[in-house]
Ligand binder design. Sequence first.
Ligand code: ADE
Length: 303
Amino acid sequence: MVPRIDVLTLFPELVEAVCDSSIIGRALAAGHFELRTHQIRDFADNDYGKVDDTLYGGGTGMLMSCQPIYDCLRAALAGRAVSACEFDPDVPSDDPGSPSDEAGGTTPRLIYMSPKGRVLDQEYIAELAAARHLLILCGHYEGVDERVIEFVGFEEVSIGDYVLTGGELPACVLIDAVARQWPGVLPDSAAWQEESHFSGMLEAKQYTKPQEWQGLTVPEVLLSGHHAQIDRWRYLSGLSETLHKRPDLFVRLNLSREDYAALAEFERERSVEFERSFELERSDELERKAGNPNGKQTSSNSK
Ligand code: ADE
């Protein structure tokens, strides 16, 4: 009973290309979830595969028609042991014996990717991941005829306040964010709970080898092996990142007096460290100038 995502689109190859890559691609290959794409054009009721038309009332561009979308949706859900098709009395609503019932016969969330929708955030992603079966409609051109959205009862989901040329890339964003919450998808299942946004704040600054690069060093506590101190530093670094980079999130954190005091101290230490490295840079510069009074760059000191 692995989670399942169906995508209704005019560009299945676009969704497949993105989702067959990297971590999500490996998770699909390993069977941690199932992705089924459906070509809406295959359901056009004309000989030309025409799935769009001009706008009533005038206006530029073309709008995707109801019929191929609706027929594609019915085919995608046909035989499912779901009651999602309340809008369609022809589709069986409760058939636990259905062979295509891999996702547990749960009602799929019917999603239409749209810039008018509720904007995705980590909380919304968690809610969608809990559903374990999503059906995503991707619009193209000027969008889709409003009647199919209302008739089916699609929930509209946006990935941000800007407009893209189609819903396929937003769908891939949603799939990536949701799937990485499902068991087995991430190599280390605990890791995502420490990431930015999981607890309403950004994660700590992170460093890897070498210990020194371009004169910049890694915070000493991270080399100490002292886990409690490292955890404390990471918490405060996360708070500091949130304060500086996302003050809108910072003001929503429910911090204690102790947290504020510790953060103030952390910020003070950070500015002392900054001053120190700045002074070091300045003394390096003075030294360089003293050894090279004409200020001409040599191959060893040019950066
Ligand atoms: N389709 C076009 N723009 C979009 C957006 N910002 N979010 C979701 N779907 C879209």
